[in-house]
Design a protein around this ligand. Structure first.
Ligand SMILES: Nc1ncnc2c1ncn2[C@@H]1O[C@H](COP(=O)(O)OP(=O)(O)OP(=O)(O)O)[C@@H](O)[C@H]1O
Ligand SMILES: [Mg+2]
Length: 478
């Protein structure tokens, strides 16, 4: 049994080591090797005696609220406790919004988990988005309560043992392992306003967020110092979460599909738009094809993109807003003044649509501007926003051929879907190429294209798995 555990440990460590080398080695080298190791690991794990506990890859967040000590000197303990609870009431829903779990409260600290008991494919990303939102929540809390509390967080991802933990009298679901201790140490090392992230979290999310390195942490019992990054914010245009960075691994096959895309791009450059839908199971190469398209982009074409996420399917206009911000070339977390300046500059004289787009981006407006949207019924506001977006996209496409990427449409929210449905016919009138990617489980995209069957220039590209020969070839080439 001990041997089995040692082998499992060794295999897990080998997988982790390979994953850390992904950026250097490239996906085509790492993916097949990791797949083999994972298969061996799965076989070993089936031989393990059931204990009720599970090994899980979890992202652990420690969030510490600072400033209560100063308050305790001024207020009575009862009042301070009330404030702590009120503050937690603002922070806890943020964790829940991203489907994380509160593990425990430790004094004025929160420990939260992403990946246990419920796992998602993007738990590390969810944890970081929650951390950024918690920073905003503490500012809003201070504003509402005239307090000056601060927040700092440590976040780490790793394999943990998850299950009922505790003595005979009381057991609670929790997680244990080195990864948890490191998250706590990262929180200790961070100062007010900082979010420190461990190496695995960084590797999993570096294509989506901006970070800056900070001095490594020396930990008791560990020879090598631990690499630490400070989270800055989300990137304007996230790169694919799978390794397209640098495209080191050569593209395998997909000649026919690329030819179709080349044709659509050539037509776009010549002033003829279209809609291209890439449909395939997870991991078959939709994002990779989009990345290849970007490399083929004619110089006169503007590129903007948005990506739906698994937790944004219920967030109205999420994808539409992402695409608008990308068109304005500003980061989603940019200061309101910066977003406002970009919108004003981009709209020139088109002020009739300004209040609708400003409302969509939650920008402040002066009173006369505000009046134009304030008294509208919610239905009139919705159609005003969608029309404004269509008008804006039309105008941009008329100025310069425009390519809009809609990534991961299987998670698209309903209002952005409505916009896409309005843009598909437009892509036949103006130089607009809509490049959409969705997993097969969602057939809304095929339906939209079928509804627009009367138009020419709409293609569906269905990706089938690469053949063994193709994959083996790519492995030899890298
Ligand atoms: N034709 C190809 N040649 C070489 N590598 C490829 C090819 N297609 C995909 N890959 C690689 O396989 C991995 C998964 O591909 P990709 O991320 O594009 O899948 P996806 O269909 O977008 O998946 P998801 O639905 O999860 O977003 C990536 O590392 C990608 O670079
Ligand atoms: Mg993808």
């Amino acid at each position: 049994m001990a041997d089995l555990e040692t082998q499992i440990e060794k295999l897990s460590a080998a997988i982790a080591a390979l994953e850390l080398q992904r950026t250097n080695l490239g996906d085509a080298a790492v993916d097949p090797a990791v797949a083999v190791l994972r298969e061996q690991l799965a076989q070993l794990e089936t031989g393990r005696a059931p204990t009720g506990d599970e090994r899980k890859l979890v992202t652990i967040v420690f969030a510490d609220v600072s400033g209560f000590t100063a308050l305790s000197e001024k207020l009575d303990p009862e009042k301070v406790r009330e404030l702590i609870n009120a503050c937690f009431d603002w922070l806890v829903p943020v964790v829940q919004k991203y489907d994380g779990t509160i593990d425990k409260f430790i004094g004025d600290e929160i420990m939260a988990l992403f990946g246990a008991p419920v796992a998602h494919e993007d738990d590390a990303e969810r944890a970081l988005r929650a951390a950024l939102d918690m920073m905003d929540a503490i500012v809003a809390f201070n504003h509402a309560n005239e307090t000056a509390l601060g927040l700092h967080l440590g976040i780490n991802t790793g394999l943990v043992v998850a299950g009922q933990i505790g003595g005979h009298n009381r057991r609670d679901y929790s997680v244990m392992g080195d990864a948890v201790n490191l998250a706590a140490r990262l929180e200790d090392a961070s100062s007010e306003g900082e979010i420190f992230v461990g190496p695995t979290t960084y590797r999993l999310t570096q294509r989506i967020f901006d970070f800056e390195p900070v001095p490594p942490l020396r930990l008791k019992g560990k020879e090598a110092p631990v690499e630490v990054h400070r989270l800055i914010g989300a990137k304007v245009v996230p790169k694919s979460t799978r390794g397209i960075e640098g495209l080191r691994a050569p593209l395998v096959g997909r000649d026919k599909e690329l030819e179709e895309i080349r044709r659509a791009l050539a037509n776009l450059g010549a002033g003829q738009g279209s809609t291209v839908a890439i449909l395939a199971e997870a991991g078959l190469g939709k994002s990779r094809l989009i990345a290849e398209t970007r490399r083929l982009l004619p110089a006169n074409v503007t590129w903007a993109e948005g990506r739906a996420l698994s937790f944004t399917a219920g967030m109205s206009y999420w994808l539409a807003r992402e695409i608008l911000l990308s068109l304005l070339n500003v980061k989603p977390e940019a200061a309101q003044s910066e977003i406002m300046a970009a919108l004003q500059k981009s709209l020139d004289g088109q002020s009739e649509i300004y209040p609708f787009l400003a409302r969509l981006l939650e920008l402040p407006m002066d009173a006369p501007m505000e009046r134009r949207v304030k008294l509208l019924s919610s239905e009139a506001l919705r159609s005003g926003i969608l029309e404004a977006l269509r008008g804006y996209v039309r105008r941009r496409a008329q100025q310069e051929p425009l390519l809009l990427v809609w990534e991961d449409l299987h998670w698209c929210d309903p209002s952005s879907w409505e916009l896409l449905q309005m843009l598909v016919p437009l892509s036949n009138e103006v130089p607009l190429l809509l490049l959409c990617a969705a997993r097969l489980e969602d057939n809304r995209l095929s339906e939209v294209l079928q509804e627009n069957n009367g138009y020419c220039g709409h293609h569906i590209i269905r990706l089938s798995p690469l053949t063994r020969v193709e994959v083996a070839g790519s492995f030899n080439n890298c």
